[in-house]
Design a protein around this ligand. Structure first.
Ligand code: FEO
Length: 405
């Protein structure tokens, strides 16, 4: 296994996980755990990989230097997908200094037996010179992604190693953005942002502002998952600003499940009305695990991109359909309506008894920060022609509202 040179003396020495399909509720076609080897007079390794990937990291490092010659370990984040090789590395390199934040020291001791680990606590502005024009600077980045997180910056080469931020969950043979293309790189980054970073949006903006004030020029962004941004670094930084500010399109996302086709018919009638007003529409039938379904983590980027979201469900035992409840729980955690610009929406569904689901969905939409524009529409059993026309008209009305936002 080989490392890949990024610039002279700086290498990707990470692990490719071709097989992973679910990571805390996020469906993914594999991922990478990116570690970076920096070779000056001294040698540093930034981050590592999920437990079980030790040999990939060590072999890739071995393709450049003897791993026993590593002088410093830099631990930007304690989560196991970036620290799982530390037990093996600290065993191979007894007493090796581990540069990390104070919160990371606390976190590591809850994850691993850290007796004998030589932590060097850093705070923002601390630096570590490796010689040969390689100076690492550290920038604490609490909650991007966990309280312990920090960014490392290679000053002379203007490379930012921000760990999870700006990452994407993909497994590819390519290592760079220009190899898979700008559109695909940003699409994958948007999914990652939508599912992991939305609640951290204010911190993203604050951190980018701080980076700007420090005058740190960034030529390359080397995150801990996915491709390295060397041609489109400005695009991913700009996209994070836009996503965090809630910039979205004249677009609506309709999310629903259906028991006997009634809620499905309503969803499609809303879509027709929205389309008549020239609004881009994404229709997402749930049904997790079935071929025709859309996974919650693939819906979130559509919501991020949209000014409106409609959520529909049949009433089942006086509750939402389980798939809809799952989605709403996920959406409440992410709170996409609390980004810088408002999102609007409403609930819909069918029932064969007392109904009531739309009230539950409406409450959850509000909890997710969505501005609910009506009380929702619920039909008894099957929508008749008049009710379908009412749904289409509500779609048109919503379309006009979106265009005025
Ligand atoms: Fe990729 Fe927060 O770990």
């Amino acid at each position: 296994m080989k490392a890949v040179e990024i610039v002279k003396g700086v290498y990707w020495a990470g692990a490719i996980d071709w097989n992973i399909r679910d990571y805390h509720g996020y469906t993914l076609p594999g991922t990478t755990y990116n570690a970076y080897l920096i070779v000056g007079d001294k040698i540093a390794l930034i981050d590592s990989a999920y437990p079980g990937f030790d040999s990939q990291i060590i072999e890739r490092v071995s393709s450049i230097v003897d791993p026993k010659k590593i002088d410093y370990l830099i631990a930007n984040h304690i989560e196991k997908d970036h620290s799982g090789t530390l037990p093996a590395l600290t065993k191979m390199l007894p007493g090796v200094p581990i540069y990390c934040t104070e919160n990371a020291v606390k976190g590591f001791s809850k994850h691993y037996d850290t007796a004998g680990w030589n932590f060097k606590v850093v705070t923002s502005g601390d630096t570590l010179s490796l010689g040969k024009g390689k100076t690492l600077a550290f920038l604490e980045a609490p909650l991007l992604h966990w309280p312990d997180s920090m960014f490392t910056y290679l000053a002379e080469e203007k490379i930012l190693f921000p760990n999870d931020a700006f990452g994407q969950h993909i497994a590819t043979s390519q290592r760079f953005d220009d190899e898979i293309g700008k559109e695909e790189s940003l699409k994958q980054a948007q999914k990652f942002y939508g599912n992991l970073i939305i609640p951290l949006a204010p911190r993203v903006l604050k951190k980018l502002d701080e980076v700007g004030k420090l005058g740190l020029e960034i030529k390359i962004v080397a995150p801990s998952h996915g491709i390295i941004w060397r041609s489109y670094a400005g695009d991913i930084l700009g996209s994070y600003v836009n996503w965090s500010r809630g910039v979205s399109k004249n677009k609506a996302t309709i999310v629903y499940d259906t028991m006997h086709g009634s809620t499905d018919a309503m969803a499609k009638a809303f879509a027709e009305g929205l389309m008549e007003e020239g609004i881009e529409v994404k229709v997402c039938l749930l049904k997790d695990g079935k071929a025709e379904g859309t996974h919650r983590s693939n819906i979130v980027p559509e919501v991020l991109d949209s000014k409106a979201i409609l959520v529909g469900s049949p009433t089942l035992q006086n509750q939402m359909y389980p798939t809809v409840a799952d989605f709403m729980s996920y959406l409440k955690g992410l709170e996409p309506g609390k980004l810088g610009r408002k999102k609007i929406g409403f609930a819909f569904g069918s029932h064969g008894g007392h109904g009531g689901t739309i009230k539950l969905i409406t409450d959850d939409l509000k909890a997710a920060g969505i501005e609910v524009v009506n009380d929702g529409i619920e039909v008894y059993y099957k929508p008749d022609r008049k009710e379908i026309e009412r749904c289409t008209e509500l779609g048109r009305e919503l379309g006009r509202k979106i265009k005025s936002m």
